[in-house]
Design a protein around this ligand. Sequence first.
Ligand SMILES: Cc1cc2nc3c(=O)[nH]c(=O)nc-3n(C[C@H](O)[C@H](O)[C@H](O)COP(=O)(O)O)c2cc1C
Length: 188
Amino acid sequence: MKIQVIVGSTRPARATIGVARWVAEQVRLQAPESQVELVDLADYPMPFFNEPVSPQFNPSRQPEPVVKAWLDKVSQADAYVVVTPEYNRSFPGVLKNALDFLDFQFAEKPVALVAHGSTGGAHAVVHLRSALAGVQAVTMPAATYILGMGGNLFAQDGTPKADVQGIASALARNVQSLVRFAAALNRG
Ligand SMILES: Cc1cc2nc3c(=O)[nH]c(=O)nc-3n(C[C@H](O)[C@H](O)[C@H](O)COP(=O)(O)O)c2cc1C
């Protein structure tokens, strides 16, 4: 099974890259038979959504190269872990924009959610569940909430800077759920 860990923020010195690198390592531990890949939205600098027809209703769409690269990349996965910070009680606009470009790349595929922020990312998770339903993805019933700034807990390379055992346990349950849902959905 191919699992992509998506980095949900792109600003310079973002904390989410460190959180996501650590998450990817945890996914490798929990799903050792899977191929785990980090997919960084910063590598896909897309314009604001600009297509004249809604992607799910446009079978002949011709996305520009950077958008096509994003669509081709996420097409490869059977399951996803989205790592997102909370911005103003939601998830970042850059992540929403990337989701708006999808047509059916995520359809009927399972997605685990990992959020962080000064209030734990709960609002980001609620809003992401709703947006991911729009692209027909299946979000895991539980999510992993990391209370506090991710940058205080993880270095940019993903090395924990504090005791993260409790987060690792919650994340393990989330990833196990993702693997079970992927099997149930005949993904991988
Ligand atoms: C514009 C902005 C808005 C934010 N709003 C919230 C918020 O509503 N709730 C929260 O818990 N944290 C909020 N935060 C804190 C971020 O979740 C936290 O700084 C996180 O580490 C940012 O991730 P990033 O460094 O990958 O961008 C906000 C941060 C920024 C930059």
